[in-house]
Ligand binder design. Structure first.
Ligand SMILES: [Zn+2]
Ligand SMILES: [Zn+2]
Length: 263
């Protein structure tokens, strides 16, 4: 009997994926991904107003989970406090807190980023209370991200540095805090030489793969709308970089996902 190990897309925004190629049906999109060997999906929340959308998808499909959180670049809408995040995250199929973190790229000229730091701290406090690991988004803010993770004792709950695109030094600091490193389509880009070296060095029991659909489609679909089926291209690239079997990447990244999120 053939036992097939399946891939996990550790970070996607299923409510945002273009369903035009799938007759407008999310189940067709998920079936397409399953046929490509993907059997688990973490649908990530980016604002409280859309939590119900991501939660409904997670409730509708056994192999879909979701998170709750407010993305660091969102400036409008409901600002959740610790209690609200903890309450939402206690619901079925909610396994993670985020995505949260810091993003200086979108706020290059803003001197005062206190609001972003405060929001990040709120999410870390909520995650420690709920026990639901953190999904960290960091862009051009690596020092502050690590500093706040340390100050808020994020190592007590752990989590994942999603769509990782930083240097090895930052990866090591995150690993020291017990965090996992998730690789997206960026690792397949020819220009991402430094990141590819990070992908070679990350300990086997700490790596994840993701699409971040509908953004950042991997090579050979770079520039097109992304979808969860394409996580296989990320896993293939990881196997090439680490000079190991594709199935080995599939198994370890899914095992790691299940360990981190206690599934
Ligand atoms: Zn992100
Ligand atoms: Zn995301």
């Amino acid at each position: 009997m053939k036992t097939s190990v399946m891939l996990t897309d550790s970070h996607c925004h299923l409510d945002k994926v273009d369903l035009t190629p799938f007759d407008g049906r999310i189940e067709n999109m998920l079936d397409h991904a399953r046929q490509a060997g993907v059997s688990q999906f973490l649908c990530v929340c980016i604002d409280m107003e859309h939590f119900e959308d991501v939660h409904r998808i997670a409730r509708d499909f056994d192999d879909v989970y979701c998170s709750v959180g407010l993305h660091p670049t969102h400036q409008d809408g409901m600002e959740p406090d610790v209690d609200t995040l903890v309450r939402f995250s206690s619901q079925d199929h909610v396994i993670a807190t985020g995505e949260t973190g810091l993003d200086n790229f979108h706020f290059k000229n803003d001197a005062d980023m206190t609001w972003q730091h405060d929001r990040f701290r709120t999410h870390i406090r909520a995650a420690r209370e709920s026990g639901k690991p953190l999904i960290i988004h960091t862009r051009e803010a690596k020092e502050d991200t690590i500093r706040i993770l340390r100050e808020e004792k994020a190592d007590e709950v752990g989590g994942v540095m999603h769509c990782f695109a930083e240097d090895w030094e930052t990866a090591q600091k995150a690993l020291d805090l017990g965090f996992y490193i998730s690789f997206s389509g960026i690792v397949t880009f020819n220009s991402a030489k430094e990141l590819q070296q990070v992908a070679q060095k990350v300990p086997e029991d700490r790596m994840l793969v993701e699409t971040d659909s509908p953004w950042l489609a991997p090579t050979p679909n770079r520039g097109k709308p992304n979808q969860p089926a394409y996580v296989k291209y990320v896993a293939e690239k990881m196997a090439e970089l680490r000079q190991c079997d594709y199935q080995h990447i599939v198994k370890t990244t899914t095992d790691n996902f299940n360990t981190l999120f206690k599934l």
